[in-house]
Design a protein around this ligand. Sequence first.
Ligand code: M6R
Length: 369
Amino acid sequence: EKGGYDYFMLKEIAEQPRAVADTLLGRVAVDGTLTLDEMRLAPEELRDINKIVIIACGTSYHAGLIAKYAIEHWCRIPCEVEVASEFRYRDPILDRQTMVIAISQSGESMDTLMAVRYAREQRARVLAICNVNGSTIPRESDGVLYTHAGPEVGVAATKTFLTQLIACYLVGLYLAQVRNLKFGDEVNAVIEQLSGMPEQVERVLSMMEPMRDLARSLSGANTVLFLGRHVGYPVAMEGALKLKELAYMHAEAFAAGELKHGSIALIEEGVPVVVVVPSREGRSVLHDKIVSNIQEIRARGARTIVIAEEGDEKVRPYADTLIEIPAVPTLLQPIVATVPMQVFASELALAKGNDVDQPRNLAKSVTVE
Ligand code: M6R
């Protein structure tokens, strides 16, 4: 049942192109029109929404952070993202015009469920993004968009994360279509690019040998730092979480722009720093800024592990290890940039002799608050 792999997690990483394709299947018409039937929210209701609040835990929270960049850009609706366990304890402002998106692989995380109940009491419209059919969170929500990743056995979320991203993009693009914003140009182009993502994930998986070699050489490190900007920042956070969860190592993610505000003091000789370099498309300012960040940390002794688009010659001179990923549009980059993070953490954990399917102290779904 592990399909020739030693661990379910490794099989689930390899299944990602299929999971992404299945999540897109039947939702994108040839002319680019999106059909998200199970959302059960009428176009009139969607046109009325003036705020979006995303609630989730762990890896699902990272999907929410990425969704915010996409939704605000495509839909021009203010979007907040919050860890579910904090949400209902701070008296959040919600009403009928608020759309709450609850992201949960299992559909059973108690923190997220309690936040959903709270949001519905406040009369917000709740949309669940879940992987498990008929689980509690979608049953208690107004609408649902299922990710079609198939069952995920490994405790660490992998293919469900990529499909959550796809679902979030679909919601953002659908809202933009319904609200007639930018439809016809940018939104149309992204819908087309989304259809190419299964192939891009397939490609990035075939490019991971250098990442495996590197991970095996780092099993003695005390800490690994992760840096990113824009959508690369949540990808860095996901990289750090995976490493803690699987390799039981200290790891921390920073927004690259925050380095100079304190965390650069952590950089000393030999500290491994994984940097997610933004795509060069459209946002060259960000790209140049991260190149300077890499130079700064390297000058202070960091061992730079740079995840960048193929053909990115500007970063090459500053990368102790360069991990190439396919070039895709900026907002979609997390789909491919997350894969090296998964490979890095799982390979390092295996090198340490850890069980990557069942990390210590953790459960697949957290049904207590
Ligand atoms: O089932 P959920 O998506 O609600 O679970 C949320 C988190 O518990 C989960 O993502 C956790 O962080 C993963 N083990 C991370 O790999």
